[in-house]
Structures are given as structure tokens and as C-alpha cells.
Design a protein around this ligand. Structure first.
Ligand code: DGL
Length: 275
């Protein structure tokens, strides 16, 4: 049912590809359009109005290209812009937020660490999330300046990535955290290195799979059944049903995104009015 859908997905950069992997697995034949706002990355240190304005522009691009549902594959943009997007559009808009609820359920030590951008951690939405789900569990937050940038460079195993991960995670472990929330969509790409630094006994939790499930549920619930006869435009051949765009340099984006998508892809530059 959901297979012939067109889904628009955006992030500040390449991090949202960690979510796109889950969406592709959940909807193998859907047409996916991904936009990396590489010309404006990182969002983590930008103001909420700036991020809201970018999110509105990227969503307009995706809707004009046929998106029937939007996934904000970015915790920071969800905090800053989900409400504005939902007030403007009636199509399903799926956001994401740090996985506080499952982490609180999983911890045995009673201490959970949250790795996220400063923008996410300072948002009213995150405060409301803690209010709702933290209960008796101690939540220790850690902003992670610089981590998004190492992923954007494709430096997933380098010395700088390791140094930042040590600086951000080891104090959380010293506070007794046994569960770490990867509260930014760039961080799952660093999970192997984070695992090396924190060891096997620490749980790492992210929300990519939950977002893909929620997308599927919302499509079923809110979108009318697709026409049984597919138009030539929607009946894309498999293998050609994911499109990538960037507001940055297409050569650099293509190189990094090919590594993170595990396939040689070409990222097209957004038209100037969207970049
Ligand atoms: N990937 C984004 C997130 O999930 C934001 C990264 C950034 O640009 O700071 O929060």
C-alpha cells in the first residue's frame, strides 16, 4: 500500500541518511527525496527562527517535488520548526526527538546520558520531553559541538572524532550513565567509534527505526489509497527511486553521501531560490 508513495526527508546535512536507511528498509519501493542542507550546516548553533526559515524552504521544495509526507530527519529542526511546518501543511509531518522514553525504560543504573546539539538541549520541546518521561531517572545532558562537522567530513574513525567522543561520553559514564541517547541523526554514523570508547556494557539508543515505523503508520492512517494505475512519473524503476539534493557543493555532498548510503550516488544542487 505504502510502496508507491513519495516521501520527502530533510536534515541540516548528511546525518538524516541514518534515518533514510530505516525508511528505505520499511518502504522498499517508495520514492524517497532527501535534501541535505549542507550550505547551512550545522543547525545546532543556529537560532530557532533561522532553522524554522530553512525548514520551511526545504519543505516547500519537497512538496513541489511531489512529497506526500515529510520526515524531519533532524532533532534540532524538529524542536525549532515542527510546529511551524504543521501549521502550514496538512500532509503528515514526522519529526524526531531524543529517545528519552525508551532510555528511561532501559536504564538499570538510573542514570541516562543524552548526546545532542545545543539547539536540541536548550529547546522547550526537550524540556517538555524530560518533564513527561524522566520520572525518577537522572538525565545528564551533553551538547556535542564539532561532532556533526566530523560526520559531514566523512571522518568517522579519525583521531578528532575519537577525541571529541571521549570528551563528551566519558564524563557521562563517570556520572553513572549506563544508557546513552544518540540525540542527533549524525551520531549513529559514529556508533562504532562510540562503542569502542564506551565499551560493550553501555546501551546506545537512537530513534531512526521508530521514525520509519511512525511514518508507515501515519501514511496508512492519513493518506488516501494510491491510484491503482501508477503514472509513469511515480512508477520509478527500482534502484532509481531515491533522489539526493544538497544546498552545498554537489561534488563534496556526493562523495560523503555515497559513503554513508553505501552506494555510489550523485547529489544534485538545489535550485538557487531554495539554497
Ligand atoms: N542532525 C541534526 C540533529 O538531529 C542536527 C545537526 C546539526 O546540524 O547541528 O539534531
Amino acid at each position: 500500500m505504502n510502496q508507491s508513495r513519495t516521501i520527502g526527508v530533510f536534515d541540516s546535512g548528511v546525518g538524516g541518511l541514518s534515518v533514510l536507511h530505516h525508511i528505505r528498509a520499511a518502504l522498499p519501493d517508495a520514492k524517497l527525496i532527501y535534501v541535505a542542507d549542507s550550505g547551512h550546516v550545522p543547525y545546532g548553533d543556529k537560532s530557532p527562527p533561522y532553522i524554522e526559515a530553512r525548514s520551511l524552504i526545504l519543505t516547500r521544495f519537497l512538496v513541489e517535488h511531489g512529497a506526500e509526507a515529510i520526515v524531519i530527519a533532524c532533532n534540532t529542526a524538529t524542536a525549532a520548526a515542527a510546529a511551524a511546518l504543521r501549521s502550514r501543511y496538512t500532509l503528515p509531518i514526522i519529526g524526531m526527538e531524543p529517545a528519552v522514553k525508551p532510555a528511561v525504560a532501559a536504564t538499570r543504573s538510573g542514570v541516562v546520558g543524552v548526546l545532542a546539539t545545543i539547539g536540541t538541549l536548550e529547546s522547550a520541546r526537550f524540556a517538555a520531553l524530560l518533564e513527561k518521561y524522566a520520572g525518577e531517572v537522572e538525565i545528564v545532558t551533553q551538547g556535542c559541538p564539532g561532532l556533526v562537522e566530523v560526520v559531514e567530513r566523512g571522518d568517522l574513525h579519525g583521531i578528532e572524532a575519537r577525541r571529541l567522543i571521549e570528551r563528551y561520553t566519558l564524563p557521562l559514564l563517570a556520572r553513572g550513565a549506563d544508557t546513552l541517547i544518540l540525540g542527533c541523526t549524525h551520531y549513529p554514523f559514529l556508533a562504532p567509534l562510540i562503542r569502542e570508547v564506551v565499551g560493550e556494557s553501555i546501551a546506545l539508543i537512537d530513534t531512526g527505526a521508530a521514525v520509519a515505523r511512525e511514518l508507515n503508520r501515519r501514511i496508512e492512517l492519513e493518506l488516501p489509497s494510491p491510484l491503482s494505475v501508477l503514472s509513469a512519473a511515480t512508477a520509478t524503476a527500482s534502484g532509481d527511486n531515491t533522489q539526493f539534493f544538497t544546498s552545498g557543493d554537489s561534488e563534496q555532498a556526493s562523495r560523503i553521501m555515497s559513503v554513508l548510503w553505501n552506494e555510489r550516488i550523485t547529489a544534485q544542487e538545489l535550485p538557487p531560490e531554495f539554497a
